[in-house]
Design a binder for this molecule. Structure first.
Ligand SMILES: Cc1ncc(COP(=O)(O)O)c(C=O)c1O
Ligand SMILES: [Zn+2]
Length: 413
């Protein structure tokens, strides 16, 4: 038997052996039948301890291999992922009047988004299953990262993205050699299409929420936060939410650590959505267990999702930890991008700055205590979407002739 003890359906609680089911619960279907990966915690906690980790020299997600679902280490790709910085920035803390604000900078992953954590696990699982082709539907980042890991492993990838995806993300897909399917429709439509294609042609699916092992990759961000904080759990973690997989992964990371006895208690998870793409906020506020799908409208392309695929787990993550879902406007997201860049030096894409926008709103509404220990996730780089701020560079910058007199004239103007 491998490390994974069983896969448990989030809706009906049925349990499966990992070799019996690859993706979702056959009784509950693809959207409702998402599976939790359950380990043999009792034996893992003998092996994975605070002491064992303090002497581990692997500073990547693979330092947590005993609690990751990968059996064959030789399938792990050398593209470095994780162990991203968790830092405090005095200027940002002062600006927000907070005492302890930590920024988890996941722009530092190989393809510049948190999604690399999931893709690095996905490629190892695909290879374990003998896959020759992998596929993913994506608003951009997940596809880019899957394409990169497929390139690294030398297998083919088919990536379905909305034709409106930012051009930098499309360029990334192409340079990694992915077969790119530009879908003339929404991300939700691209997702459905990709699922059909993977079923028809038997491709290994890296589709979010559908493949249970992806959340295991994403949970490493929570494992790192806990370890980087010296095993002290923060009070609140702010997470940008589209499909809800990242926030579910964050919950799972803290859940696993608690099961292993490495931490006590879970932080409150605050899910932040864009106002025009906030079905989880509505479901949360109305006390529902399922969302009412919508047609999303937001400039934050990575969280522009009408029917969140990981909705059950995302709602559980927030309810279980006494957190909440909130929304922010596109303008608040743009303001947060600028605040983050100008006070920390981190350039985030719109979704990547959405957690900060949510934190700013929470502070404004007075439900964050300035003494609390807060973490915000910065999930993706602004270099992937330079149009988002819509800068007119010629107006923002100063055009000069290449001589010092011209510079002097420009500075004194
Ligand atoms: C940069 C970034 N932030 C946040 C998200 C939202 O993650 P999820 O869809 O798992 O909620 C994504 C998803 O694509 C993303 O790429
Ligand atoms: Zn089920």
């Amino acid at each position: 038997m491998g490390k994974v003890k069983l896969l448990r359906c989030v809706s009906c609680g049925r349990e499966y052996l990992p070799e019996d089911v690859h993706y979702t619960c056959p009784h509950c279907g693809d959207l409702l039948g998402t599976l939790d990966v359950i380990y043999d915690y009792e034996s893992i906690c003998q092996e994975l301890t605070r002491e064992s980790l303090s002497s581990t020299e692997d500073f990547s997600i693979w330092r947590y291999l005993p609690i990751l679902p990968v059996e064959r280490e030789d399938y792990i790709q050398p593209l470095h992922t994780g162990w991203t910085p968790l830092s405090r920035f005095a200027r940002l803390e002062t600006e927000l009047k907070l005492k302890r604000l930590w920024v988890k900078d996941d722009t530092r992953n190989p393809t510049a988004s948190l999604k690399d954590r999931a893709s690095s696990v996905a490629i190892a699982k695909a290879l374990e299953q003998g896959a020759e082709v992998v596929t993913a539907a994506s608003s951009g980042n997940a596809g880019c990262s899957m394409a990169a890991f497929a390139a690294c492993a030398g297998i083919r990838s088919y990536i379905f993205v909305p034709a409106t995806a930012p051009r930098a993300k499309l360029a990334q897909l192409i340079v990694f050699g992915a077969n790119v399917l530009l879908v003339k429709g929404t991300y939700d439509q691209a997702f459905e299409l990709c699922l059909k294609a993977s079923k028809r042609w038997g491709w290994y699916s890296r589709n979010t929420a559908y493949n249970p092992y992806l959340g295991e990759g994403k949970k490493t961000v929570a494992l790192e936060i806990a370890e980087q904080l010296g095993w002290k759990v923060p009070d609140k973690v702010f997470v940008p939410v589209g499909d809800g997989c990242i926030i579910s992964g964050v919950w799972k990371g803290f859940f696993d650590l608690q099961k292993l006895g490495l931490i006590e208690g879970l932080p409150s998870l605050i899910g932040v959505q864009a106002e025009g793409s906030a079905p989880l906020v509505h479901a949360f506020e109305e006390g529902k267990t399922l969302v009412e799908p919508i047609i999303p409208h937001t400039m934050a392309d990575s969280i522009s999702v009408g029917n969140p695929r990981d909705q059950l787990k995302a709602l559980r993550a927030v309810r279980d930890t006494g957190g909440r879902f909130i929304s922010v406007s596109d303008d608040q997201i743009r303001t947060a991008m600028k605040l983050l860049a100008k006070s920390t030096g981190i350039f985030a894409e719109p979704a990547g700055a959405t957690a900060l926008a949510g934190l700013a709103r929470a502070i404004g509404e007075g439900w964050v205590d300035p003494a609390e220990e807060i973490v915000i996730l910065v999930t993706g780089s602004g270099l992937k979407d330079i149009e988002a701020l819509n800068y007119k560079i010629e107006e923002e910058a100063i055009l000069v002739e290449p001589c010092i007199e011209a510079v002097e004239r420009a500075l004194t103007r």
